[in-house]
Ligand binder design. Structure first.
Ligand SMILES: Nc1ncnc2c1ncn2[C@@H]1O[C@@H](CSCCNC[C@@H]2Cc3ccc([N+](=O)[O-])cc3CN2)[C@@H](O)[C@H]1O
Length: 273
């Protein structure tokens, strides 16, 4: 029965995503108050600070960075694009891959202005904010492709997408817990993406704590497996990672804007054994 349940749960999740609306999703999560660069307690600056530190503290290096479940967002690779020569973006939905291509082709075909994000990360790097145009050019230069991914497959990416030695670093933000019907599926998905990573490679994982649903568009209610810190740590260990650092952000009341019931956000830096 477990096998049958597994297939139905994953298939049901895929059906939920057919209504996903990138523009609405960006509006819900990537504009103020959740993305307010003037507020020290806003969520996006916290995420960008975690990623900046993780990419620049000296242990993360190599050729290829892969972002698993990019969605319609780019913030997750704004620091990594200065460290890796190749960045691969991935998502399950064509609408999201199209949204990312829209930014890449720089013809105004995207639903969010990433300039404040680029400027903020330049500031974290000690550069003048006006260097954002150079960062944008760098990002467009290092993104090699935007490809389909399914974390429930033992091989989440097409074999042509990766060199045989695998990726040197994986980043994945708010994806696994939002596409897994239960904790076992979340843990399996962690293992599947781990197979894309070379031994000794790093995983940078951001996710929601205590989230049971979110809106992926008007009226598009998508179930999420609610996680706590202990479950995240146990799943990482079970999937062959060694935890380097776990940081947690607890949402202030005014960050709870009705688009989900998330109570906290975790940031994990781990290494694949
Ligand atoms: N089988 C699959 N494999 C890989 N990716 C898949 C699969 N199915 C769907 N996808 C892909 O994964 C999805 C990634 S977006 C998932 C949204 N996660 C929840 C949402 C996000 C969020 C953001 C910010 C904050 N905050 O506090 O600032 C809180 C929250 C909590 N709510 C989507 O791109 C889909 O296209």
């Amino acid at each position: 029965m477990e096998g049958k349940g597994k297939v139905n749960g994953v298939a049901a999740m895929a059906a939920c995503y057919q209504g996903f609306d990138p523009a609405a999703y960006l509006q819900y999560n990537y504009t103020p108050p959740r993305a307010d660069f003037e507020r020290k307690d806003s969520i996006v600056p916290w995420k960008l600070a975690c990623l900046h530190r993780a990419f620049t503290e000296g242990d993360v290096r190599g050729e290829l960075l892969v972002d698993i479940g990019s969605g319609p967002t780019l913030y997750q690779v704004l620091s990594g694009c200065e460290v890796f020569n190749k960045v691969l973006l991935t998502d399950f939905l064509e609408v999201n891959r199209q949204e990312l291509r829209g930014w890449l082709e720089d013809e105004g075909g995207c639903n969010l202005d990433w300039t404040p994000y680029l400027q903020h990360v330049c500031k974290l790097e000690g550069r003048r904010p006006s260097a954002w145009t150079e960062k944008a050019a760098k990002l467009r230069q290092v993104i090699t492709d935007i490809v389909p991914v399914d974390v429930h497959r033992p091989q989440p990416l097409a074999l042509y997408a990766l060199p045989s030695e695998g990726a040197d670093c994986l980043v994945s933000c708010f994806c696994l817990e939002s596409v897994s019907p239960d904790l076992a599926a979340f843990t399996r998905a962690l293992g599947h993406i781990g197979r894309l990573l070379r031994t000794g490679g790093h995983l940078l994982l951001i996710g929601a704590l205590g989230e049971s649903y979110y809106f992926g568009g008007p009226g598009v209610r998508i179930p999420v497996v609610p996680l706590n810190e202990a479950q995240v740590c146990a799943s990482l260990k079970e999937s062959g990672y060694t935890l380097i650092r776990l940081e947690v952000y607890t949402l202030p009341q005014d960050m709870r804007v009705g688009v989900d019931d998330v109570s906290g956000v975790f940031f994990v830096k781990a290494i694949k054994e």
